[in-house]
Design a binder for this molecule. Structure first.
Ligand code: SF4
Length: 349
């Protein structure tokens, strides 16, 4: 009887052609580092980071918009903690708070609605960033605010969608490690279609076993030389996704062009509130002018997010840029590639 190899053995013993695998999701980057999986990889397997960290791909101009709302309009900004330290063109939200801006960290968009209800004297804006996974929660918050008759709640949106981003990333890796949580919502049809168009990928979960299995599948299928798609996270991702969540997003939001840090404006790669919900759209509600952000020229986040360089290739990595004093978003976010490299010594691997 032939001995069956484990996924870890298959990965360690891979002797096929060099393969570049892109971790689309920032949580995958961090978990692969944290679990020590990189140490299993033979030399010809190169892992590169992608654009799947929501804070990292949010452009500088969005931070500038939030700072403008806080300081020029006196709006209370409610946000997840990571965004507070991301540098804007001139200042971060943390710096705006030091100048008197009201910045409130919340744990969900519904917390922001509760805050608005308890503080009717304040205008409250929630910074709605993220992918298909988190957008339904923002939509739910708007529905709740409407139901409760709140006139002091709005969203500043930078919500992104993955399909057109995948197209923009075509060719930047041999195999994509797809984000399990995004496709738990959207399903797998587009990934199957992409495989037919020559783009290979494996949908991965987040435990050690799931990640090693997904990487082993990636290298063994890559070696066969044909494009492929494998759902290696079937306990969570169903082919049809989560139709109720998709329907909620489609009810409140419509597709729009969207700016990604490092990738520029990708047509049809985001969603914004529909005209019927304009009273909850902070840009319209506060008559916001066009605000263009300018990233720090020393920062190479844009190239890191496209897999064109590793964080340790950035000249300020670990020097002027570190978690205490981040120069770019990729060092701030808990899902950022620079933060993972810094935390787990990626430059030494
Ligand atoms: S190390 Fe800092 S400055 Fe360099 S790319 Fe990463 S976040 Fe940007």
């Amino acid at each position: 009887m032939s001995e069956q190899k484990t996924a870890a053995q298959l990965l360690q013993e891979y002797a096929g052609p060099p393969v570049r695998i892109m971790e689309v999701c920032g949580t995958h980057t961090h978990e692969i580092f944290r679990l020590g999986i990189r140490k299993l990889l033979p030399k010809q397997v190169d892992l590169i980071s992608g654009p799947g960290c929501p804070v990292c791909v949010t452009p500088v101009g969005f931070i500038d918009e939030a700072v403008w709302l806080a300081l020029e309009k006196g709006v209370t900004i409610t946000t997840f903690g990571d965004l507070v330290r991301v540098p804007g063109t001139k200042k971060s939200l943390a710096a705006a708070r030091a100048e008197g801006g009201k910045i409130q960290v919340v744990y969900s968009p519904l917390d922001a609605v509760d805050y608005a209800e308890k503080h009717p004297e304040e205008q409250v804006t929630f910074l709605s960033v993220g992918f298909e996974t988190t957008t339904p929660a923002s939509c739910l918050a708007v529905e709740q605010a409407q139901k409760r008759g709140l006139k002091n709640f709005s969203l500043l949106t930078a919500n992104k969608t993955m399909p057109n981003a995948y197209k923009a990333l075509k060719g930047s890796a041999d195999v994509f490690l797809y984000p399990g949580h995004v496709h738990a919502i959207t399903g797998t049809a587009m990934l199957e279609q992409m495989a037919k168009e020559g783009v290979s990928g494996v949908l991965a979960g987040f435990t050690a076993k799931e990640l090693v299995t997904a990487l082993a599948v990636a290298v063994t299928r890559f070696e066969r030389g044909e494009s492929f798609f494998v759902n290696a996270y079937p306990r969570v991702v169903k082919p049809e996704g989560t139709p109720d969540a998709v329907a909620l997003t489609e009810k409140l939001m419509e597709p729009c062009d969207n700016e990604w840090r490092g990738l520029g404006v990708i047509p049809g790669s985001g969603v914004r509130l529909r005209a019927e919900y304009a009273e909850f759209d902070a840009r319209k509600k506060f008559d916001m002018p066009h605000i263009e952000g300018h990233p720090n020229p020393a920062c190479r986040c844009g190239e890191v997010l496209q897999g064109k360089c590793k964080p340790s290739d950035c000249p300020v990595f670990g020097k002027a840029c570190n978690p205490q004093h981040p120069v770019g978003a990729c060092m701030v976010s808990g899902e950022g590639a620079c933060s993972a490299f810094y935390q787990y010594g990626g430059s030494l691997l």
